[in-house]
Design a binder for this molecule. Structure first.
Ligand SMILES: [Zn+2]
Length: 329
């Protein structure tokens, strides 16, 4: 959706963005100041953002979601519930703002982690309602956070369970978002899945980064190389903000930038090489993520990230055009 179209969309949808809201739709002044040539900066202004990695958490309200989206110039947001019971909350928020919310069927509860096939029937039924746009966040390989009592998860991407899920997702023209620590065996199984189901649109979240716990033993994956081979493989810049901009930074993954928001070379290369399949997302799995301050800082951080890319069109692609194409917006 182009700038003018989004503005008229705002008017049609009665979003009531004031002057400051409209201003925030353009790239943040900080991002503008920090890039080199002003003439180039102008081309990098984008009109809106689509957050492809939001989470519904207990206590979240539609009002809070929409007011933070408006404040940050986010036109649409994917919502993936933490816990099966929060699917109802995702639906409730969607029903209040069907033009703005892209609901996903939740996969973040034990039935999915132990590969109970009954959850696939539920996913198929929910996708069949036409409300849900995808499933996720599917935890394929996850180390868990001991302080939060989370279990370690290992569900191979090429298991009969995930293969069947992929068939369901494709049948409903939906999208799947996965979290997978990039262990060699996990990557092999992901490639098997993508070869098995060439029509599957899959977002491997978090830019190929590995959780800090294994950072020094397996290192980040070269997800760009995988994306070369698999044209329906996407990734996002969610949950990879530096400690300086994330609340409770220890819960975040390693950042793709330094503390000043400057892209580390390997991730700059990834974003430039695959600017047509990298997506903007925040990752908001805890209630403290849904406060004004972190939200604002994360969006500014993302603006600054894409403002560093050489190709003037990359910022718009990553911030919303890729998602608009993926979700038929
Ligand atoms: Zn997430």
């Amino acid at each position: 959706m182009y700038r003018r179209e989004f503005f008229s969309y705002c008017l049609r949808a009665g979003l009531g963005l004031g002057f400051s809201g409209l201003f925030s739709l353009a790239y943040s002044s900080e991002a503008l100041r920090t890039t080199k040539a002003r003439a180039t900066d102008r081309r990098r202004m984008v009109s809106t953002r689509i957050d492809t990695h939001g989470h519904t958490v207990s206590g979240l309200t539609a009002d809070r979601v929409i007011s933070l989206m408006d404040m940050s110039g986010i036109s649409h947001m994917v919502l993936m519930a933490r816990g099966r019971k929060n699917d109802a909350l995702t639906t409730e928020i969607y029903k209040k703002h069907p033009q703005r919310i892209l609901p996903f069927v939740s996969t973040m509860y034990p039935g999915w982690h132990r590969q109970d096939f009954r959850v696939l029937n539920r996913a198929e039924r929910l996708l069949g309602t036409g409300i849900y746009k995808g499933v996720g966040e599917v935890m394929l390989r996850y180390y868990g956070i001991p302080s939060k009592n989370e279990p370690e998860i290992n569900v191979p991407a090429d298991s009969p369970f995930i293969r069947k899920l992929s068939d369901i997702v494709v049948r409903h023209n939906a999208v799947i978002i996965v979290l997978m620590e990039p262990e060699p065996e996990a990557i092999r199984s992901l490639e098997n899945l993508l070869n098995y189901n060439k029509d599957l649109k899959l977002i491997w979240a978090h830019s190929g980064t590995v959780a800090k716990v294994q950072l020094y033993s397996i290192g980040h994956a070269d997800i760009g190389e995988l994306m070369d081979r698999h044209p329906n493989l996407y990734t996002d810049i969610a949950g990879v903000q530096p400690k300086s901009v994330a609340p409770s930074g220890g819960l975040r993954r390693p950042s793709i930038t330094d503390d000043d928001g400057i892209l580390l070379p390997r991730f700059k290369e990834l974003l430039e090489r695959h600017s047509d399949r990298v997506l903007f997302g925040l990752d908001t799995p805890w209630m403290q993520c849904w406060a004004e301050e972190p939200f604002k800082r994360w969006v500014e951080w993302a603006d600054k990230v894409v403002a560093q890319l050489e190709d003037a069109g990359a910022a718009e692609r990553i911030m919303y055009k890729n998602a608009a194409r993926l979700f038929n917006i």
